[in-house]
Design a protein around this ligand. Structure first.
Ligand code: HEC
Ligand code: HEC
Length: 494
């Protein structure tokens, strides 16, 4: 009797105190209490780059004039209607036609193969904290200033000075890639310069592209407006072009009106669904996601090996000769990730933690686009090694290529020749080789750093609800960014 009375009493006391208690726990339980909302000051130029630069950068981003054969633009692989990516696992680069999942070989133009990594979306890359770009961070701010440019990149000492930030430095690389934008030796002056490793300087690939822009009167006007140092066409440089493209990306791909952003601004739990709130608590709490996906952009900007399956031809890494032995093609099919930059054994198979902003819209997921469902890539994290073993490389559904050219070295001469149609099937086996070869899978598994973790189905659902709360609804359709025409007069990127 007595006990019961006591209980009732304390229940009443609890009830009386209830509003306070709820407030207190809500405040304590804010899993992102330390995170400030996205603000202009997070970005280069305090988020307000010069409008004339942005206008120019937008045209350049959509203009095929920056590709060797004038047949592909940045936007082809980072399209505003496809959330600044291209919606496929591995892009088909220069020489192909169409956009996104519709993109196919052009029957008259054999391809150099497929791009070995998934084209990332470009959201928030204009924020200052993104100092290492691409899946292996090979375009990186270099505080030691090893080269005059201040960036550590594959172009090393050839990278020009005057680039505003990492995003600008990055814009100088797709134009040099044979498969992405340059085309191959013998087809155009840009590709020929690249073949000789002439990147910088007056006869380098970048100067050749700048001269193309100098010849287009409308571009001359746009550069004059955007850069005080440009008075006449000869003053136009590729560095200015890159700085303008970066300014465009910074403002165009800044999706800071997701429910998560609204929460960061208002701290009003009601802007998130109950499931997304539970997911946020898990993400930044017990599920351990924020150990790597930390901060307001969900990335630590570091590199981790999580046994993500690889599909596609890889980056010609590794010493394995099994593909060679089986097919006669002297190709290496692995992608060593961060190791390609640092050559430190512990960096093998490490890839940069991607930002998860708009992640719902940016599939397929993983550095090679091996997962076609968001739930599958999240579940991969729960037991990476088991997921790798289970992964069926055919899930990646890469479109079949019909006509491919391959580089051939005869003595010191490099040439490109069509793959013999009778050998095409063997050529294409490289797309699944890394995943289907036990020894290569084992290496990936051994490098894995992410221990298994058990989460209930309901918890996975909550995490997915949180990931969907990172979508800015405006990013579902950014078609207003697509210009109707570009100054070169070439067709606007597909
Ligand atoms: C053929 C497709 C293709 C084209 C064309 C292309 N890209 Fe990319 N882009 C990619 C791929 C694939 C990657 C990832 C590269 C890697 O990690 O090795 C990438 C990476 C990037 C990144 C780094 C993203 C990140 O999260 O680190 C930026 C920025 C970028 N591209 C901008 C551009 C710009 C600017 C252009 C035009 C000058 C361009 N891209 C043209 C496919 C393309
Ligand atoms: C050990 C660091 C680490 C932890 C912990 C981690 N991730 Fe990741 N995550 C990564 C890395 C690295 C990648 C990219 C791997 C790759 O492409 O090879 C990634 C990729 C992803 C992707 C795909 C993104 C894209 O654009 O392709 C999603 C979604 C994701 N993680 C969600 C989560 C969730 C949810 C959790 C918590 C359950 C989590 N991650 C925990 C490191 C981590």
């Amino acid at each position: 009797m007595k006990t019961r009375k006591l209980l009732t009493l304390s229940a009443a006391a609890l009830l009386a105190a209830a509003p306070l208690t709820v407030l207190a726990t809500a405040a304590e339980a804010d899993p992102v209490a330390g995170l400030a909302p996205v603000a202009d000051s997070d970005f280069h130029d305090d988020g307000r780059p010069d409008q004339a630069k942005v206008r120019l950068g937008r045209f350049l981003f959509f203009d095929k004039v920056l590709s060797g054969n004038r047949n592909i633009a940045c936007a082809t692989c980072h399209h505003p209607t496809l959330a600044a990516a291209d919606g496929v696992s591995l892009s088909l680069g220069e020489g192909a036609r169409g956009l996104g999942t519709e993109r196919r070989e052009d029957p008259g133009t054999p391809l150099l193969g497929r791009v070995p990594r998934n084209a990332p979306a470009l959201h928030f890359l204009g924020a200052r904290e993104f100092i290492a770009l691409t899946h292996d961070g090979r375009v990186e701010v270099d505080p030691a200033r090893t080269w005059p440019s201040g960036f550590w990149t594959p172009a090393r000492e050839q990278l020009p000075e005057g680039l505003d930030n990492a995003l600008a430095a990055q814009a100088l690389f797709p134009v040099l890639s044979n498969i992405e934008m340059a085309g191959h030796k013998g087809e155009n002056a840009v590709a020929d310069a690249v073949a000789l490793n002439r990147l910088g300087g007056q006869d380098g690939a970048w100067a050749i592209l700048a001269r193309r822009l100098q010849k287009i009167p409308e571009y001359v006007d746009l550069f004059v407006e955007a850069f005080p140092e440009v008075d006449q066409s000869e003053d136009i440089t590729i560095v200015q072009a890159a700085n303008a493209i970066a300014a465009f990306q910074t403002t165009a791909f800044r999706p800071d009106d997701s429910p998560f952003d609204r929460y960061l601004r208002s701290r009003d739990p009601a802007v998130l669904s109950p499931a997304a709130r539970r997911g946020m608590a898990l993400f930044y709490g017990d599920a351990g996601c924020a150990a790597c996906h930390s901060g307001k952009f969900q990335t630590d900007h570091r590199f981790h090996a999580i046994a993500m399956p690889q599909i596609g031809p890889g980056k010609s890494d590794g010493w394995d000769r099994s593909y060679w032995r089986a097919t006669g093609y002297a190709a290496r099919v692995e992608d060593f990730g961060r190791y390609r930059v640092t050559f430190r054994p512990e960096d093998r198979y490490r890839f940069r933690t991607p930002s998860l902003r708009n992640v719902e819209l940016t599939g397929p997921w993983g550095h090679a686009g091996s997962y076609a469902s968001l739930e599958a890539v999240v579940r991969h994290h729960l037991d990476p090694v088991a997921a790798l073993e289970r992964y069926d490389a055919r899930e990646g559904a890469l479109p079949r290529l019909q006509r491919v050219i391959e580089p051939r070295a005869t003595g010191s001469r490099l040439s490109h020749e069509a793959v013999n149609p009778a050998r095409l099937a063997d050529y294409l086996r490289r797309d699944t080789w890394a995943q289907e070869t036990g020894a290569l899978r084992r290496e990936l598994a051994e490098a894995n750093e992410l221990p298994p973790r058990s989460l209930s189905d309901a918890q996975v659902e909550d995490l997915l609800a949180f990931l969907r709360a990172l979508t800015d609804p405006r990013s579902r359709d950014l078609s207003a960014l697509v210009p109707r025409r570009v100054p070169s007069g070439l067709p606007v990127a597909d």
